[in-house]
Design a protein around this ligand. Sequence first.
Ligand SMILES: Cc1cc2nc3c(=O)[nH]c(=O)nc-3n(C[C@H](O)[C@H](O)[C@H](O)COP(=O)(O)OP(=O)(O)OC[C@H]3O[C@@H](n4cnc5c(N)ncnc54)[C@H](O)[C@@H]3O)c2cc1C
Length: 504
Amino acid sequence: MYTGEKYLWWNDAEKKLADEVADFADNVIRRDIDEIERTKKFPWNWFEAMGAKGWFGVFIPEEYGGMGRGIGKTTGFCIILEEIARGAPVAVDFYETTLYGYSPLVRFGTEQQKRRWLPRLATGDLFAAIVITEPFMGSDAANIQATARLQGDEYFINGKKRFITLGGIANLYVTYCRTSDDPEDRKNYRHLSAFVVEKGTPGFSVEAIHDPMGRFGSRHAVLDFDNVRVPRENMILNEGDGWKVLTDALNIERLGVAAGAVGTSRAAIAATADYVTRRVAFNQTLAEIPGVQTMCGDMVTRTELIGLLVFYSAHKMDLGMDVPLGCTIAKVFATQSLMQTVLDSVQCHGGDGYMRNYPVERLMRDSKLIEIGAGANELMQHLVWRLWLKDYLTLRSASRKPVTPRSIAAPEANRQILNTLADFYCLHPALYMEREELMERLGLTAEDLDRYLLAMEKDRDIALYRKRGSIALAKATYEGLKKAKPLEYYKFFPEFVDKEREVF
Ligand SMILES: Cc1cc2nc3c(=O)[nH]c(=O)nc-3n(C[C@H](O)[C@H](O)[C@H](O)COP(=O)(O)OP(=O)(O)OC[C@H]3O[C@@H](n4cnc5c(N)ncnc54)[C@H](O)[C@@H]3O)c2cc1C
């Protein structure tokens, strides 16, 4: 039963898909999950069933066998993830990994690469993995150590990767390697390249399989690349484009994680509702106790809000818009919120919540991963702020009046700059003034202003703050303020001050 909202902007095909996946979650994933939890066996039958339904082809154009059906690619992707995650979070691992794995082929693949691999990926005949993380680096993804060196028409890959979901199971491994040690390339993020490494290539092996805290049935592997020869035609885009390929799919990955979190939250809320409406304590059901109601109400509030953000962002992406801020907020908020929801859900179950016979224990273990994977939340929180600030500063600069530059000779220019900074000090004694604000006020070109500012800094009349080597902010020093105006100019006393007695 689909328990989420079918948003007003969804078309009939999208609404139908929600019911179809809900049916699969209820009747296949939920049917199998206890057995998988017990045996930790890989659920091949889910793969086969999802492949037959065409769901793996949601991102693939119809000419290469994609799902089509008039379903928005991102909306369809999020609907599928939300519902299979409601079935069991582990189902998300298989599905999203193969989609993120192959998405660079859809975006950047050559015609030959697309014809060769996409039709079989669409049906679930082939699976893809994303191969970035190493024992030597994780969050710091640009610091990849595995190398790929060109000899003749082939690249030779050497290195180790770890935590690779579908490692051992997948057929295609989209692997990111270092192809340049030139510091200039590193500085410009041109040091990495992306390759499709096929299972069975000599020298490419599974070194170990991890034993995780949750999401049993999933597979995460350490992979070893020992002089693995990969033909040049397996490279995605060109040498040096690896960072571009890697970062391109990040927004969709973050949104997908958030969609899964919404589904798992719905599963936790439903399990909690089933419990608290049937457990009686203090002569009432738990559902009637205000403290329990508060916890449950908060679970619902968070989940509904995130669902809205996820599907609104998905809709915008289907309309061709780039939504980095929405996707990043969704990732952080959805995963934090899910963690709180599953903890509260266990709490509402009391001692039963700690036992394995109720699903919330599994949901709690299974949920932790996504606060770490797809970009640890701490990094995402920084990113939310950086993305928001960038948009705000762009808007603020766009609202500045156009300047007709004028030329002012040195002593007069210095005087005007210092006076402007002195006036700014009167209003904002703690703050620096932006270089662009000074340009606007004085009508100076950037070149002239910087020249004057550097000279004034040398004379210690002003202090400068630089960003990536360029002047960004300026502030009058004590000496500069003294030079600009007499002390009287800066004096300010509110009316309530008795100047005779309080001021000297
Ligand atoms: C089950 C599982 C499946 C995975 N699947 C894949 C996969 O398929 N392919 C793949 O390539 N990788 C995969 N990963 C790897 C995953 O992407 C990394 O674990 C993740 O990027 C964090 O890297 P790390 O584990 O090396 O942690 P580290 O980078 O060592 O970071 C550890 C912690 O330090 C903090 N931290 C780090 N940097 C910062 C910072 N700049 N600011 C603030 N705090 C910071 C964060 O709290 C972070 O969680 C998987 C991991 C797991 C656990």
